[in-house]
Design a protein. Structure first.
Ligand code: KG4
Ligand code: ZN
Length: 357
């Protein structure tokens, strides 16, 4: 079964074609990502209106390129999938409307995919992986620990009560004068810094629930930065190293609690799986390895290009749903917010637009 996938929920425009075989294995025939980083860099973050217009500009040619590279015709498609949310609504409308037009013209099923579900199912595209497994999703918009019990069957075990981890990396980079996106910059600076110079808090350490919090740590970094201005290059490196070390300690602790709660509720997971841009961070990857080893759980880290936003993950989620006989009606709505599961472990009063989408 061949599926075209379209991703436009944030600042990447992406189109891909994947194949799902009878035995459940997957193959990527094309996977093209157009990053808008340079459009947003002057503003230090993603500007929704600029993002929506940029998606309109490139999506058609990206879809054509993905189909050409895959060397297939539209009438060979088993379905066309688009991320229908959560995300910046302008971009979501662009991607979903495009998918609807293709589905209509070529009389093929439409799949309106939850972007988070696509992240959750991606590991099954690259290797055989049975349910249930434990997903750690950490990007600029999301920080979640999720029990993936089956296609469409997800239980959120933990989430952030304020900032997402990638968002915290980006904000720390900005306040230290490093360019956007900040994650890779902070990682690079941290490699040359002394993590012991500043004693930053380890948010949520020892808490019985598996939730995250980043905003207090970010404020602590800001306060130290203000105290030490003007900052030398070494100051910046040390602040980044201290911040990253605190994130690592907190993340490892939260994942230990998340994995323990997974075992208690669902038995042993087949693996701990990471997704999202933050999973490209080498120090984070090393911390995940340690946590998985300690917990006696296999670790699965998709290649960085499948951790960050892409069309193949959307196409794959579509194929997984199609294989179960599922598809969506032409009136499927674009959604700015769309929880992966409705069993939120964070009380409503902590609801944050980014963390809860
Ligand atoms: O998944 P992604 O490409 O897009 C979404 O946010 O949906 O993730 C991007 C986020 C940004 O916040 C970026 O700063 C962060 O992932 N990131 C990193 C690293 N590379 C990307 N954070 C820490 N270390 C990195 N090496
Ligand atoms: Zn994403």
């Amino acid at each position: 079964m061949l599926v075209l996938g379209i991703e436009t929920t944030c600042d990447e425009t992406a189109a891909a074609v994947i194949e799902r075989r009878q035995d459940g294995s997957g193959r990527i025939l094309s996977n093209i990502v157009h990053s808008q980083i340079k459009d947003h860099a002057p503003f230090g973050g993603v500007v929704p209106e600029i993002a929506a217009r940029a998606h309109v500009d490139v999506l058609d040619s990206l879809v054509t390129a993905a189909m050409q590279e895959a060397q297939i015709r539209y009438n060979q498609l088993g379905g066309v999938a688009a991320a229908a949310g959560p995300g910046l609504i302008g971009g979501v409308i662009v991607g979903l409307t495009t998918a609807k037009a293709i589905a209509l013209v070529h009389d093929t099923p439409l799949l309106a995919i939850n972007h988070l579900e696509a992240h959750a199912l991606t590991p099954r595209l690259i290797a055989p992986l049975d349910f249930p497994y434990c997903l750690f999703l950490a990007s600029g918009g999301h920080t979640q620990i999720v029990a993936v019990l089956g296609v469409g069957d997800y239980i959120r075990l933990g989430t952030t009560v304020d900032d997402a981890i990638g968002e915290a990396f980006d904000k720390v980079a900005k306040l230290l004068g490093l360019p956007y996106p900040g994650g890779p910059q902070v990682e690079r600076a941290a490699a040359n810094g002394d993590a012991g110079r500043f004693a930053f808090p380890r948010p949520m350490l020892g808490r019985a629930d598996a939730n995250f919090s980043l905003s207090g740590l970010k404020t602590a970094v800001r306060q130290e930065a203000e105290r030490n201005r003007p900052l030398s290059a070494q100051d910046v490196n040390d602040l980044c190293a201290g911040f990253q070390a605190a994130v690592l300690d907190s993340t490892a602790d939260r994942l230990r609690v998340g994995l323990a709660s997974f075992r208690e509720r669902f038995g042993a997971p087949t693996a701990l799986v990471a997704a999202g841009g933050v999973a490209a961070n080498r120090a984070i990857r090393a911390a995940l390895e340690q946590v998985a080893t300690q917990a006696g759980t296999a670790l699965m880290l998709p290649p960085p290009e499948l951790c960050t936003d892409n069309g193949a993950m959307i196409a794959w989620a579509g194929a997984e749903r199609l294989a179960l006989g599922l598809s969506d009606a032409m009136d499927a709505a674009p959604r700015a917010r769309w929880k992966l599961d409705e069993h939120a472990s964070v009380p409503a009063q902590f609801a944050n637009t980014r963390a809860n989408t």
